[in-house]
Design a protein around this ligand. Structure first.
Ligand code: UD2
Ligand code: MN
Length: 273
């Protein structure tokens, strides 16, 4: 394709529909018999999003592969029973709730870090962390897999560096100077091998704890820390906004697939509930 950027300056592919051959990739990944962990946080009221996310994942996510759905929740009894295909299972992981939604989203890094070391490393090859207020709407397969991958945020994929909403206060560990940064990534979809996700979440969690001691919270919480990390640890693959789209952004021509879509939500009704 010549209408989109297909490769970064550090030679990482940017995955758009029409840039890869899934048959070839499936041959490779089937031989390796990979298992993928999909990490989902369902704290407090957000459990209402779980059913639709799991059902659409069964239709579109890693079809034909083994998948563990790792669901972090404070309401295990509210995890819906969804019929799963062979080789796929739900693993419910208890997590405490926090009163502020900002604390919940920040603590995702800590939880993924802890469980990567004690559990995920023994059970899966790759981890994918996603927001729950989303649904799969088209195929998401092994074309996303790589050591470390991030997704271009739907609001900034064509934007200039100056407009990226990185943390700009030097007092925060997530600080990014104006002359640095490649892309603005969405925290709603990232992943990699368990080892790389472990390293990423460790670093981000540590930075978040330093910020906490200094009584500062990054402008876009863990997304700010993720963006900082990706500047100094470049992703080995980047996913186009096909993988985190929001129909509020319209339907541009270059978007041949809308694979993972934001579900409309009423912030006031759902956050801190
Ligand atoms: C598209 C995108 O980049 N989304 C980011 C943006 O999303 P959003 O504004 O969509 O944030 P959000 O409300 O979806 O929160 C992120 C996620 O945290 C979990 N959650 C949150 C609150 C709660 O009470 N219970 C709960 O389970 C849930 O999995 C949710 O999807 O900003 C957030 C933090 O500022 C995160 O960085 C999101 O990844
Ligand atoms: Mn979200």
């Amino acid at each position: 394709r010549n209408d989109v950027l297909m490769m970064t300056p550090w030679f990482a592919p940017i995955v758009w529909e029409g840039t890869y051959n899934l048959e070839i990739l499936n041959e490779q990944f089937k031989q390796r018999n990979v298992t993928v962990g999909l990490i989902i946080f369902a704290i407090k009221k957000y459990v209402v999003f779980l059913k639709n996310l799991l059902e659409t994942a069964e239709t579109y996510f890693m079809v034909g592969y083994k998948v563990n759905y790792y669901i972090f929740t404070d309401r295990p009894q509210e995890v819906p029973k969804v019929e799963l295909k062979e080789g796929r299972k739900v693993v419910v992981l208890q997590m405490q709730n926090y009163s502020r939604w900002q604390e919940i989203v920040l603590r995702r890094m800590e939880m993924i870090h802890n469980f990567s070391q004690k559990q995920f490393i023994n059970e899966v090859d790759y981890l994918v962390s996603v927001d729950i207020d989303m649904r799969f709407n088209d195929q998401v397969g092994v074309e996303i897999l790589s050591d470390l991958f991030g997704t271009l945020h739907p609001g900034f994929y064509g934007a200039e560096r100056q407009s990226f909403t990185y943390e700009r206060r030097p007092a925060s560990q997530a600080y990014v100077p104006h002359d640095e940064g490649d892309f603005y990534y969405a925290a709603a979809f990232f992943g990699g091998t368990v080892k790389e996700v472990y390293k990423l979440t460790k670093k981000c969690h540590e930075a978040i704890m330093v910020d906490k001691d200094n009584r500062i919270e990054a402008i876009w919480q863990e997304e700010s820390h993720l963006n900082k990390y990706f500047i100094y640890h470049k992703p080995t693959k980047i996913l186009s906004p096909e993988y985190v789209w929001d129909d509020n952004m319209g339907r541009p021509q270059i978007l041949r697939k809308r694979r993972f879509l934001a579900v409309r939500k009423n912030h006031a009704a759902i956050r801190n509930k």
